[in-house]
Structures are given as C-alpha cells and as structure tokens.
Design a protein around this ligand. Structure first.
Ligand SMILES: Cc1cc2nc3c(=O)[nH]c(=O)nc-3n(C[C@H](O)[C@H](O)[C@H](O)COP(=O)(O)OP(=O)(O)OC[C@H]3O[C@@H](n4cnc5c(N)ncnc54)[C@H](O)[C@@H]3O)c2cc1C
Length: 584
C-alpha cells in the first residue's frame, strides 16, 4: 500500500460517506466490504454485543440498524488518532477511529480498510467496530460535567458527604436497584460504572475485607500482566507503581477504590440463595453476614461477579480414599510454612498447581507434581506480554481498549496462533527442558495458545514465574498420573513397583463452571434458562457475558482486569438503558 497520509484521510472519508449514504440500500452497502470482513457491534446500533462475518450477513443487519438507530454525523477522529497505515495480524491496513451519533447515544468506532484485489483502486472494509460511548441525556458526571459538591454543605447542620455516604451504604429503609455478587475487579468495575450512571447498587462479598480475594492468594504473587493493561476504570494506577503489581498492593488499592469511587460494599456478606419474582420483576436475595445476621434484598438486577473460583472441582480419583494423610483443595491452601521438611504431592499442572508447588518448595517442602493433562507453559516475560505490546504503541488506554475490542474472534485466533509460534521459539530452551523431564506440553486448540485456553476453558496454562525452572532442575519432582498404580494409606504406589510417601496431597484440580454457581444459588430452572456461561460455543462472543441473558435481571461479568474495565461499561449502559426504559 503506497497511499500517502493525506490519501488515508481521503480514502476513509470517502468510505465513511458511502456507509452513511448506503444505509437504505443493503446491496450498495455490501460493496463497501471485502469478501472476508467482520462487523462487531457493542450496543451502538443493535443494543447487542455481536460479531457478524461476510458482507451479506453484515449488511442484512447493518442496513436496517443504521436506519432504525438514526445513525448520523459519522466523523473521522483527526485529533488523537488520525487514519494511519498499521500492520494488524501481518496485514497492512488503513486504520481509522471515528465517532457517530444515534438517536439514543454518542458512539465510537474503528474501521480497517484494505485494497480490494478484485476491484482495482477500491478500498473496502476488513473490520468495523461500532460501540456505544454514552447515552444522550444520561452522561456520566465527570470532567466538566462533575458534581459541584454544593449539596454536601447545604444547610450548616445538614448531612455532609460522610453522613450521606454512610446512609447510602446502610440501605436501612430502601432497596438497591442492583446487587453485585462478588467484590473483585469485576464487581468493582461494574459498580463504578453503575454509580457514574446514577444507578443505585450494592456489592456484597463473603470475604471479611475488601481485597481479600487477592490478599488470600499465595505469598509471593505479583500480577502476571504488566501494569499498563491492568488499570481499573476511572482511576488508573499511579505512574510510580511497579510493572508487576504485588497482590497486597492491589488488594489495598481495591479498598481505596471503593472509598474514592464512592461504592457501596458489604464485606463479610454471603449470598446464600435467591429467586426471581416474575410478576414483580425483582429478585429476592437472601444474605448471611459473618456476624450471623441475615438480610433479604429485593433488587431488580443481579450481577454475578463471582469469578471462576466459586465451587472447587474435586474430580473422582480412584483409590484416593485409601490415603489417610491430609488432602486439601487448592482453594483452601494458604501457604507452605507448616509443610517445611514434609513430603507433598500436588495433583494438577495448571497455574494453581505450579504456584502451590513453588510456594511449598520455597518453604522447604519436598514437592512432586502429578500431571494429569498436557499443559501450555509460557514464560512470564517477554512471552506472556506479547499480545499487549500495542498498549505501548501511543494511543491512550481507552483507545487501546477500543483496538482490542475491534479484533473479531476469528482474527484474534489468527493473531494468537502467531503469538504461540513466537513464544515457543522464544521459550525453546525452557520448553525443551520441560520435555526432557517428561512434562507434557500443548499449545491450545489449533495452536491458538493460552489466551484462547482462558477464553474457552478458563485455564489450562501456566505463566512460568519459576516453577518450570524448578521442574527442569529436578528441585520439584514430576510424575505422570498414569504412572500411579494406586493411592496407599501413606502416599502412592507406582506402576514400576516403587512408592512415594506424602504428608499432604494438594488437589489443584480447578473450579466448577459458573453454571454450577448459578444452580447452587438460584436453582436448576434459572441455570437452564441461562445456559452455558463463558466460552464461545459455536458463536463469536463469550456466552452470556456482559450482555442480557434469558433470565431477566441476571447478568454476568468476569475476566482479566482489562476485560472487566472494558466490558463493565457495556454492562452498565445496558442496565441504565433498561432502567430508563430506553430498551425492553
Ligand atoms: C497468580 C495470578 C496472577 C494473575 N495476574 C493477572 C493479571 O496480571 N492481570 C489480570 O487481569 N488477571 C490476572 N489474574 C487473573 C484474574 O484477574 C483473577 O483471577 C481475578 O481475581 C478475577 O476477578 P473477579 O472479580 O472476576 O473474581 P474474583 O477475584 O474471584 O472475585 C470473586 C469474588 O466473589 C465473591 N463471592 C463468590 N461467591 C459469593 C457469594 N455467594 N456471596 C458473596 N460473595 C461471593 C468471592 O468472595 C470473591 O471475592 C491472575 C491470577 C493469578 C492467580
């Protein structure tokens, strides 16, 4: 592609103009797209989060959506991100950010244009993203639109900010519109968005203290992604913070975040069960506080932000009943201090298995890992950081988030096959070392790597922060599960006639799916109505995540700090639109 920078503007301008003009003519609209093309809409035009592929499918939905939403005033962003030639997934493309209006919202988008080999001189869309930025009439109260603060000093003896905050958090005589179950990053990000949109909401979490979901993890934990991708909405981490944030630092930030973002949070409060009243269109949610008291709330909406670690998965392991030592699931493991000088078997080679094995080893235990399934291993640096390199490429975090959103799943898969190729090359010495000690490796479905393992299975990989080196050096032992003949009262007997003693067996066998949590809290009918949660199934969006579900008033949010930052916005906007009767 040899067009000059001015040409990029002209090319994108002409394309955008034709998009606006072709709204009433799906056949004409189709000519604007390459035969391989993707349109992802996040609420802007369809009030849905969806990805469509191929010109006909796109235009079937896009043409009427442009008209119904009264989309207009498409403008290229010339200021912050002028159209530029970039390389995405090895393809040179003109990338342009744009804004547009609909009758209900102000929106942003990104279009990528490439020359059409079958139509000389024409530039057509390879990908287009349209995303709702804010609702007209319900703009967030920030920046120039910030509250004046005068209401806190009205009348000398009237309630000041603190009085108002305490009253808001008490819910003494009224119901929150939304209850968010879980106060990790997913819950906090959702609450911050809803609060900014003026939707009353309460977070409940069974942990005693805000941030305990991180505090209770293993002693030496620092985040696996670099700080640049981990920011929370509205309040980025200080620029003085370390590249890899330690768990307790993040946990304390969560406390500060709740305070600074004026979020309502009940710690030490477990949701026991709940039921939806179809006629009254609200939930009855039963809570139990750590002091033994109970409370029933009746919110219109529930957001499940309970993370992946809801219910421990303890698989049926033949003969383990013979073993008379201590058996512990990874969810209850705190640290290895009490196991100094003891023998420990860790069953499972995902992240928890590796982290626990390393923690036990560093506390002086004699550890052997047992591998049941092949696992993907990626060195924490630089390999695990490759997919986030574009967060260093210049645009703001918000704009990088838009770039991330604009990558449809089929192209993201392609990108991750390439990342996997690169990481296996970079990590070759480590991977060869692992193979040598008998560790079974894999690289994800069709080599799509760890990111798609996470998005489809929620795990199945380990970012090496040292345990792989311990395995290679023989400082942590390794056994394959099929080498075990039987569990004995004191350990395991192996097929080759030898045996291994163990004082502790840790089951690092993961967690049950979110469906199981829904069933446990709300019953089988609700779980069936919602269906599978997370993973893609046959589709191109995570199932039941960040969007309306078949169960009225039930929402789900999970994922990395970045996913929660990005998608909490859409979740918040949808709840606001429902509360304001903009959608039904
Ligand atoms: C070693 C390690 C490093 C990581 N590094 C990164 C990183 O760099 N970047 C990144 O984005 N992610 C990272 N992650 C992964 C991810 O961010 C976390 O797993 C994260 O905790 C998920 O957040 P969440 O809010 O979805 O769920 P959680 O943090 O699991 O929070 C869920 C909350 O729900 C509460 N809860 C559940 N059920 C109930 C109930 N019935 N009633 C009341 N409360 C309930 C729980 O108490 C819990 O506090 C890392 C994970 C690990 C283990």
């Amino acid at each position: 592609m040899d067009a000059s920078r001015t040409d990029y503007n002209a090319i994108v301008d002409s394309w955008i103009e034709q998009l606006e003009q072709s709204a009433s003519d799906a056949t004409q609209l189709e000519t604007l797209f390459l035969s391989e093309c993707y349109w992802r809409d996040a609420l802007a035009l369809t009030w849905d989060i969806q990805t469509l592929c191929n010109p006909a499918e796109i235009c079937d939905i896009l043409a009427p959506a442009l008209i119904a939403s009264e989309a207009t005033e498409f403008k290229i962003d010339q200021l912050d991100n002028p159209p530029a030639l970039v390389s995405r997934i090895g393809t040179d493309t003109i990338e342009a950010f744009f804004t547009f209006q609909t009758k209900t919202g102000r929106n942003r988008g990104i279009v990528r244009l490439c020359p059409d080999a079958s139509d000389v001189g024409a530039y057509k869309a390879w990908t287009i993203l349209t995303t709702l930025e804010e609702l007209k009439g319900f703009e967030e109260k920030k920046g120039a639109n910030r509250p004046t603060g005068k209401s806190y000093s009205d009348g000398f003896h009237g309630p000041n900010w603190l009085d108002q905050r305490q009253a808001a958090k008490a819910y003494a005589d009224y119901e929150p519109t939304v209850v968010i179950i879980g106060g990790g990053q997913a819950g906090l990000a959702t609450s911050a968005r809803l609060t900014q949109l003026g939707i009353d909401n309460l977070i409940v979490d069974k942990h005693e203290r805000i941030g305990d979901n991180w505090r209770n993890r293993y002693h030496s934990l620092t985040l696996h992604n670099q700080v640049k991708v981990n920011h929370m909405p509205y309040m980025p981490f200080p620029s003085t913070w370390p590249t890899y944030i330690p768990k307790d630092m993040l946990a304390n930030w969560f406390e500060a975040y709740v305070d600074a973002m004026e979020l309502n949070y009940w710690a030490g409060t477990e949701v026991v069960d709940g039921a939806y009243d179809d006629a009254a269109q609200h939930w009855q949610l039963n809570l139990k506080k750590s002091d033994g008291s109970t409370r029933t709330l009746m919110p219109r909406h529930i957001v499940m932000a309970t993370g992946a670690s809801g219910i421990a998965n303890i698989p049926k392991i033949p003969t383990i009943g013979n073993y008379k030592g201590t058996i512990q699931h990874s969810s209850t493991y705190k640290n290895g201090t009490q196991w100094k000088g003891k023998k420990v078997l860790v069953l499972g080679t995902g992240s928890s298995g590796h982290d626990i094995a390393q923690d036990l080893h560093s506390n002086g235990a004699d550890v052997t890992m047992i591998q049941r399934n092949s696992t993907m291993i990626v060195d924490i640096e630089p390999s695990a950081q490759l997919p986030y390199a574009f967060y260093d490429s210049g645009p703001s975090v918000d704009d990088c988030d838009l770039i991330a959103l604009s990558m449809p799943v089929p192209l993201a898969r392609r990108a991750h096959v390439e990342f996997t190729r690169q990481t296996t090359e970079i990590d070759k010495v480590m991977l060869d070392g692992l193979k040598k000690v008998g560790f079974k490796l894999n690289y994800g479905d069709e080599n799509t790597g760890w990111q798609f393992k996470y998005l489809t299975h929620g795990g199945g990989y380990y970012f090496n922060v040292g345990c792989s080196d311990l395995l290679i050096e023989g400082k942590v032992g390794l056994l394959q599960y099929d080498q075990i003949e039987t569990f004995s009262t004191t350990g395991i007997a192996l097929e080759d006639g030898t045996s291994l003693e163990a004082d502790l067996v840790v089951l690092a066998t993961g967690y049950k799916s979110q469906e199981a949590v829904v069933e446990q809290l709300f019953g089988e009918n609700v779980a069936q109505r919602v269906g599978p949660i997370w993973g893609f199934g046959d589709g191109l969006e995570l199932r039941n995540m960040y969007c309306r579900t078949n169960q009225p008033g039930l929402w789900f949010i999970a994922g990395s700090l970045a996913q929660c930052r990005i998608n909490s916005k859409f979740l918040g906007l949808q709840i606001k639109a429902l509360v304001e009767d903009l959608i039904r």
